[in-house]
Design a protein around this ligand. Structure first.
Ligand SMILES: Nc1ncnc2c1ncn2[C@@H]1O[C@H](COP(=O)(O)OP(=O)(O)OP(=O)(O)O)[C@@H](O)[C@H]1O
Length: 263
């Protein structure tokens, strides 16, 4: 479903600010594979997601989604394929618009038929049913302006908007990191449910190793722009935080401060 082949990305190449973000990264995700992504700061996790989304173009290598080569396709042309939730609850929704207007845009996204802002009775019933699944009472607040919602409510709404049109790839970029623990737990549960229900091929970046182990079917660890650990199936189920730290130490060498990875 997602195929990255020898993808590299360097920022400000040839200048004193040169930053090599990804080096020769190859990664294939099968349909409905739910992969968690961990790694220390600057490992290249967000760059990886930005390249898949088309927010950045690679210097070399190819990116394929569902058999189509999207390497040079800018993000707005990939919108039909991609659902994305960011860390910042403010990022995924239009603050001054109502819940139903936001949902309406999300539903029309990438379908090439304009914004289709109108909210018909049938659509409203669909939105109410979808919102009810979040169990936050938002189905009774369709006309509430999104700016009035709490961070957790907005993140749950962003998740719904990113998933209900069943994108080919779901990208989650530390989407629970800015929430308090109970809201983070709620959004994590909603994530698992949405991924399972829609069979979404998912890449989820997290700094929380427990979460990375608990969720998904595969786990990759990145370090300095490369994938250094890739475990799936039973091997992932058996893995512990200690295993991940051990693997990281091997890559990084002795004297590594594990907080870089745990925070
Ligand atoms: N837009 C940019 N301009 C310049 N350098 C960048 C840009 N985005 C990322 N980088 C650099 O690329 C490298 C990888 O960054 P990236 O944000 O992908 O890492 P990350 O694993 O997501 O880190 P974190 O966990 O801190 O968010 C870093 O050295 C970073 O400074």
């Amino acid at each position: 479903m997602l195929d990255l082949t020898s993808v590299s990305k360097t920022f400000f190449a040839g200048t004193v600010n040169e930053r090599r973000a990804l080096t020769d990264v190859s990664l294939s995700l099968a349909p409905a594979e739910f992969t968690t992504v961990i790694g220390s700061n600057g490992a290249g996790k967000s760059t990886l997601l930005n390249l898949v989304a088309g927010a950045l173009l690679p210097d070399s290598g190819t990116i394929g989604i569902d058999g189509a080569d999207v390497t040079r396709l800018p993000d707005h042309r990939r919108a039909a394929y991609i659902g994305r939730v960011f860390q910042d609850p403010m990022a995924g929704t239009a603050t001054t618009m109502t819940i139903e207007e936001n949902l309406s845009i999300a539903l029309a996204r990438g379908r090439g038929r304009g914004l289709r802002m109108g909210v018909t009775r049938a659509k409203r019933a669909f939105f109410e049913a979808e919102l009810a699944s979040l169990e936050l009472g938002l189905e009774r607040r369709l006309k509430t302006v999104v700016g009035l919602l709490s961070g957790g409510q907005r993140q749950a709404l962003s998740l719904l908007m990113a998933t209900f049109s069943e994108p080919k790839i779901l990208l989650l970029d530390e989407h629970t990191a800015a929430l308090d623990p109970s809201r983070a737990e709620l959004v994590t549960r909603l994530t698992s449910e949405a991924v399972e229900r829609h069979h979404l091929t998912t890449l989820m970046v997290t700094h929380n190793m427990d979460q990375a182990l608990r969720l998904g079917t595969r786990l990759i660890m990145m370090h300095e722009g490369r994938i250094v650990v890739d475990v799936a199936g039973e091997q992932k189920q058996r893995a512990t935080v200690a295993d991940l730290l051990g693997a990281f130490e091997k890559v990084k060498g002795a004297g590594f401060d594990d907080r870089t990875l745990l925070q």
